[in-house]
Design a binder for this molecule. Structure first.
Ligand SMILES: O[C@H]1[C@H](O)[C@@H](O)[C@H](O)[C@@H](O)[C@H]1O
Length: 546
């Protein structure tokens, strides 16, 4: 698809908007002097990314765990209700935790929320490993849910506030790589321990290990410079920025200029925010005490919904996170083994591994391309691939005669042969590849859409949208397979993807390469789609089409 076809019409009045663009460009910090991210920023990204691994591991391990528990909890086999509760309590508590973590991240810092999530990951893992009852398991999974909800919100925020803008997309995608890598490891661990006596206790308990390692590693890492500035700790912020931008081959003078530039822009943002808050009689950021905190939170919320630019950022972030889940990917993550059993694969668990591996491998493709191609373009190109995969799936299910039992019942020995099951698998792989390249990770770039004043709360609410939609998909997939049939279910997901493509095309501007402070300017008076695409194309032409 050509670019022109993919973008809305450019406004006629180019000259005045171009003049404005040029004025804006004068404020942009030139980070092209940074050839590659330095060791320091990689270390930060990898240490923080371990939370992503835990998110992936803990959400991925549950399918094998459920199969292996047998009658070891409450001395009886798990009922369907037990299984649903054990699975969905994690996403439900993640949904509750993400907005709370948003408030904590503003008061206590991003790093402390990561550390807090580690403690919850460890407690939840051990709780599950040693529990003897179904309710104990639900309790442990809920604690893990609190950890997953906090981590899934705070890690992209932590990385994006530390990363130089030219690498921000890629560095945030590292956390998506950790998530999908965690899911692959969870499938492998599940497959390995499923043959051992009480192996499931190891499956869930092992989650404590990376959390403990991360807890130790994070002790030596800094807070984000943007949070430090907000907490009036300018010197510390400067030290962190010098380390972020410094590194082998970078000129010391360039680094100082860059750091001063970033500090000035963040300072201006905080100053503007303080001035505006003064006008609204809101206590300043340094003020402690519960009444000051509550006043700031409610002010933050009203800023988020009443200020046009913030509201647009919230709509975009929630729209992307909602579609990431409602496109149905996690129904494969949670139930692909069930589907593959139904269509007659001999080793459904191993076949499911191909879904997890595809997800991981194509997240690598996203990692390589997200800053080069851009978030918007990568989505506009990859969502049609998802639609094609889903449509082929729906067509193929038409030709597969499923066993007489209801689709929702697991462990049905399918007796279907022929080419169609293989086509279903191929179509799912195509769909997952399309998902992993765009939808699977671009929504996690959410933090860059919000200005500092509402960044934490905005990211938290969009993360909550993700977990809310995740819960809906988890609960609705099996009933939909029964009532709508597999053909209807996959066709419906295809329609959701078409709606996603249209919304992205209409309202999601290109944010690749912009500094965090510039994205706010883009959404100030509108969705900023035309302007962002025009600037991006101009930049690409300047860089020889890269
Ligand atoms: O970005 C992640 C990733 O795509 C995972 O594979 C998926 O299970 C999560 O729900 C999603 O948030």
């Amino acid at each position: 698809m050509s670019n022109a076809a993919a973008e809305p019409l450019i406004a006629n009045n180019r000259s005045s908007s171009e003049a404005q663009d040029e004025r804006d460009e004068a404020l942009v910090i030139d980070e092209s002097v940074l050839a590659i991210p330095g060791l320091f920023i990689w270390t930060l990204t990898f240490c923080a990314g371990v939370s992503g691994f835990l998110f992936g591991y803990d959400t991925g391990v549950i399918s094998s765990t459920l199969i292996s528990i047998g009658s070891e909890l409450s001395s009886r086999p798990l009922t369907t209700m037990d299984k649903s509760l054990i699975t969905s309590c994690t996403s439900f508590f993640a949904l509750i935790a993400s907005p709370l973590a948003g408030l904590l991240a503003d008061s206590f810092g991003r790093k402390n929320v990561i550390l807090g999530a580690d403690i919850l990951f460890i407690a939840g893992a051990l709780w599950q490993a040693f529990t003897t009852t179904v309710w104990g398991m639900i309790g442990g999974r809920s604690v893990v849910g609190l950890a997953v909800g906090s981590a899934s919100f705070v890690v992209p925020l932590y990385i994006s506030e530390l990363a130089p803008s030219s690498f921000r997309g890629r560095l945030v995608t590292v956390s998506a790589l950790f998530i999908t890598g965690g899911q692959v490891v969870a499938y492998l661990v599940g497959w390995w321990f499923s043959t051992q006596v009480s192996g499931w206790r190891w499956m869930v308990g092992l989650g404590a290990l990376p959390a403990a390692v991360q807890f130790c590693l994070m002790q030596g890492l800094p807070e984000t410079p943007r949070w430090l500035m907000k907490a009036s700790r300018r010197e510390e912020a400067k030290t962190v920025l010098l380390r972020v931008y410094g590194g082998k081959g970078t000129d010391e003078g360039d680094v100082k200029n860059l750091v001063n530039g970033v500090l000035r822009r963040v300072e201006k943002e905080i100053y503007d925010e303080d001035e505006a808050a003064n006008g609204r009689a809101v206590p300043r950021a340094g003020k402690t005490g519960w009444s000051a905190k509550v006043a700031r939170v409610s002010d933050s919320f009203s800023q988020l919904v009443t200020v046009g630019g913030n509201r647009r950022a919230l709509v975009i972030a929630c729209m992307l996170q909602g579609f990431q889940q409602l496109c149905g990917f996690n129904s494969l993550m949670y139930f692909s083994a069930t589907i593959f059993t139904l269509v007659g694969f001999r080793s459904p668990t191993l076949t499911s591994l191909s879904i997890a591996c595809t997800n991981f491998l194509f997240t690598l493709v996203a990692f390589h391309n997200i800053d080069r191609i851009g978030r918007r373009r990568i989505l506009l190109w990859s969502v049609p691939i998802m639609v094609a995969g889903l449509a082929l799936c729906a067509v193929a299910f038409n030709y597969v005669e499923l066993p007489a039992q209801k689709a929702g019942v697991t462990q049905v020995e399918g007796g279907v042969g022929g080419i169609w099951p293989v086509i279903i698998l191929g179509a799912m792989v195509v769909y997952v590849a399309g998902y992993a390249v765009g939808m699977g990770n671009v929504p996690w770039q959410q933090s860059e859409l919000f200005p500092l004043a509402v960044r934490s709360l905005g990211s938290a609410l969009s993360t909550a949208t993700n977990w809310g939609s995740n819960t809906i998909i988890g609960i609705s997939f099996l009933p939909m397979m029964e009532t709508l049939t597999p053909v209807g279910t996959f066709a419906l997901y295809a329609i959701v993807c078409c709606a996603a493509w249209f919304c992205i095309w209409m309202i999601y501007p290109e944010t690749a390469g912009l500094s965090l402070e510039d994205v706010g300017g883009l959404l100030k008076d509108g969705w900023g789609v035309e302007k962002s695409v025009r600037n991006r194309n101009r930049g690409r032409r300047r860089d020889g089409g890269r």
